[in-house]
Each structure stands twice: as C-alpha cells, then as structure tokens.
Design a protein around this ligand. Structure first.
Ligand code: 5GP
Length: 153
C-alpha cells in the first residue's frame, strides 16, 4: 500500500482547523482514542481552553493492513459522561470499526451529544467523522510514528 507522510507542521495546521470547527460545537469533554488520537486530543484541549480529556484505548491493528477480528477495548472509559457534549478525537477513521466501538461506549457513559473529529479519513470508512481535514486512500504515517536515526560514536 502506498504511504503518505505528514509533517508536524501539517498536523498542527489540521488541528487548528479542527479547533475552529469545535469552537462552534462547544464540547464539554474530549475523548482521545489511544494511541493515535492522544496527541491531537491534548493539543485540542489546550487550544480550546483546557478542556477535560478522557482516554479510551482500543486495539485493532497488528501491523499495516493486518487487523484483528474486531476492536478490543484495552483501557475502558473512566467515570461518567452524563449529560455531557462529547467530541471523540482520533487520528484517522479507516474501516471506522474503532470509532463505532468508541461511540457506543461514550453513549453508554451517558453523553447527551457525541461528535467525532479526526485528522483524516479513508474513502471507504463506515464512520465519516463530523469534522476531518484530510481524505486519502493511502497508509498515513504520522510524524509521531517516525524517529530520527541516532548515531552513536
Ligand atoms: P479503523 O478502526 O478505523 O480501521 O482504524 C482505527 C485505527 O487504526 C486508527 O485510529 C489508527 O490508529 C489505525 N490506523 C488505521 N489506518 C491508519 C493509517 O493509515 N495510518 C496509521 N498510522 N494508522 C492507521
């Protein structure tokens, strides 16, 4: 599968674009999906005025394009979301199966309204985020997934 590499600069611009949309929605809580959604979730929390961030961890991929049978919640949501307006933040909606599970968990926790914000989406996803910036059919490599080669003397 072809890959597309995003830079920190592109990501930060995308996060600010999401923040503009979220200012209109006015969420009470951000639910960040580990691991890929955590950096955008924390950044959005600061930009939007120290919004509360809750974390859920869902495992679905073993490797590029190698998925498990179904997404598995490895860190469940902590506490109640009773009556809260929630935005779920993730890096990418690919099959959409992870987001399906997370949306269900957020609703079970009592949220009054749920929206999804992702940096990117794949054209075939079954969960099109309410807010997203990039659309691609390639495998995305995010800047936090890369690291420089350290040369030791
Ligand atoms: P889904 O359940 O929508 O198929 O995939 C959800 C998760 O799989 C994403 O949150 C992300 O962590 C990972 N994932 C899916 N597609 C990509 C991709 O193109 N690049 C990266 N880096 N992760 C991906």
């Amino acid at each position: 599968m072809d890959k597309v590499y995003l830079t920190w600069w592109q990501i930060d611009r995308a996060i600010f674009a999401l923040a503009d949309r979220l200012r209109e929605y006015k969420p009470d809580v951000i639910v960040g999906v580990a691991r890929g959604g955590l950096i955008p979730a924390v950044r959005l929390s600061h930009i939007l005025g120290d919004l509360e961030v809750k974390v859920i961890d869902v495992k679905f991929y073993k490797d590029i394009e190698e998925r498990m049978e179904k997404p598995l919640i490895t860190i469940p949501l902590h506490g109640s979301l009773e009556g809260k307006k929630v935005v779920i933040v993730d890096d990418v909606s690919d099959t959409g199966k992870t987001l399906e599970v997370v949306i269900e968990e957020v609703k079970k926790a009592g949220a009054s309204e749920v929206k999804v914000a992702c940096l990117s989406m794949k054209p075939w996803t079954k969960v099109v985020p309410d807010f997203y910036v990039f659309r691609t059919d390639k495998w995305i490599v995010f800047p936090w997934e890369e690291f420089p080669v350290v040369v030791r003397e």
